[in-house]
Design a protein around this ligand. Structure first.
Ligand SMILES: *Cc1c(COP(=O)(O)O)cnc(C)c1O
Length: 450
């Protein structure tokens, strides 16, 4: 075991050390070579060292350098070194962190991490929280708590009786809501399209003057950080407008919620703490390994009512927090360990620096690309930049050239009818020099693209 794990550590280090110079995307040859994995299932045991060797020699080249400094696709953070180390140790612990009693160490780390998170994200200190796989499931948790609460207020127990015969629930979302919100609504029986859509402005922000008149059980979904522009819905205004009529406000803040941790950006989240539930990711901007998302609910009982589990064989009785009473999963890995390690390592100022630095780097991208003659389609308020290289076809071809070149990686989107390259700066590993090197490659490849 010792030799095997030392070998895994050595191989991991070699991989990580190669990331800043290797092409960001895997070569087509590396992808073809994956066939080496597809052997007939071995009739008996095989050598473990050989299994690891094959994983590294065939698997590592077929990865995208998402953990490296010049991956700007989607919204992808790297892994802070201390979080990868914590992940290895927690893997060795192999704790099934559903219940406190059998796994006090990892369950306790989650309690502390939750308190720290509420502090840095400037959310109400009494919130309930769930450590889940990502913002999709965090949205599901927040909306499940919302569904419980708005129906309980009109005397309906949705966990017991389902939605058959229940009073109707009005769902209000912005026209640019993330698809994970609509997916969660579908899973909860609230319907992906049975929603009232509020029109948005040119940055994707909900126009609060267009909110419907609220009556009866209602959930309003707002967004902190549009996945294309980084823009924030006017959340304080929405809360002030709909909460007096009893509506529940849920915030999808998969990456935008972290603006609260940087004093220079905190104006973006003003008033956000008056909402009722919030979803965010730790695997994006907190830079912990996949998968790691977080849900927070002002009234912990609403979340617990939606998620709690009991059975004779489960030691659920505890005066401590049972993680599995707040999440869709029962058996689960101890995601809070890496979150705790990241926050302890960075401290308040380190986290503020990380968030602020990535936003400054997004502005650096925008300034340099604009100076090179390209159009920036969004107001760069956070870490997202939308770039046009001309018409849709040309922009598409330049992005393909950038991805094939391998200096950096950025994805494609269509923003309000215009094809654009999306740059998302979300990694602890990105330096200003990485931004400059990426801009130089983009300028070069634009010239080379006819
Ligand atoms: C990434 C993202 C999500 C989904 O998060 P996952 O971690 O992929 O589940 C939801 N909303 C927004 C705004 C996002 O950026």
């Amino acid at each position: 075991m010792k030799e095997l794990l030392n070998d895994a550590a050595a191989r991991s280090l070699r991989y990580l050390e190669s990331l800043s110079e290797r092409p960001v995307a895997p070569s087509p040859g590396a992808v073809t070579a994956l066939r080496a994995f597809d052997t007939p299932l071995s009739p008996g045991p095989t050598d473990d060292r050989e299994t690891l060797r094959l994983l590294d020699e065939v698997g590592s080249p077929a990865t995208t350098a998402m953990a490296g400094p010049r991956f700007f696709g989607f919204v992808i953070g790297g892994s802070l070194p201390v979080t990868l180390a914590a992940n290895w140790l927690a893997g060795a612990w192999d704790q099934n962190t559903g219940l406190f009693r059998p796994t006090p160490g990892t369950a306790y780390l989650e309690q502390v991490a939750l308190r720290w998170l509420l502090e840095v994200l400037r959310l109400p200190p009494g919130c309930g929280g769930a450590f889940v796989t990502g913002a999709t499931v965090a949205n599901l948790c927040g909306l499940a708590a919302a569904r419980h609460a708005v129906l309980a207020r009109v005397g309906w127990n949705v966990e017991a009786d389902g939605l058959f015969g229940a009073p109707p629930v009005t769902i209000v979302i912005g026209a640019e809501a993330h698809p994970s919100v609509t997916k969660s609504l579908g899973l909860l029986g609230l319907g992906r399209t049975r929603v009232v859509k509020v029109p948005v402005d040119g940055q994707g922000r909900m126009r609060s003057e267009c909110l419907p008149v609220i009556s009866g059980p209602t959930i309003v979904c707002v967004q902190a950080g549009n996945v294309n522009t980084g823009a924030f819905d006017p959340i304080a205004e929405v809360c002030a407008s709909v909460q007096p009529s009893g509506a529940w406000v849920h915030v999808d803040g998969a990456f935008g919620l972290w603006a609260a941790a940087a004093p220079t950006l905190a104006h973006l989240v003003n008033g956000i703490s008056s909402a009722d539930s919030w979803a965010t990711d730790a695997h994006k901007w907190l830079n912990v390994p996949y998968d790691s998302g977080l849900a927070f609910v002002r009234d912990p009982h609403a979340l617990q009512a939606a998620m709690a589990i009991t059975a004779e064989y489960l030691p659920t009785q505890s005066d401590q927090r049972n993680p599995g009473d707040f999440t869709p999963e029962l058996s689960r890995r101890a995601r809070g360990v890496e979150v705790w390690a990241a926050l302890r390592s960075l401290g308040r100022s380190g986290l503020a620096d990380l968030i602020g630095r990535n936003c400054a780097q997004a502005r650096r991208f925008a300034e340099k690309l604009s100076a090179a003659g390209f159009e920036i389609l969004n107001d760069v308020v956070l870490n997202q930049v939308l770039v046009s290289f001309g018409d849709a076809d040309r922009t598409k071809r330049v992005i393909e050239a950038i991805q094939a070149d391998g200096t950096c990686w950025a994805g494609i989107t269509v923003w309000q009818g215009r094809t654009a390259m999306r740059i998302s700066v979300s990694s602890w590993a990105t330096t200003d020099a990485d931004v400059d090197r990426s801009v130089a490659a983009m300028v070069r490849l634009n010239h080379a693209t006819a």
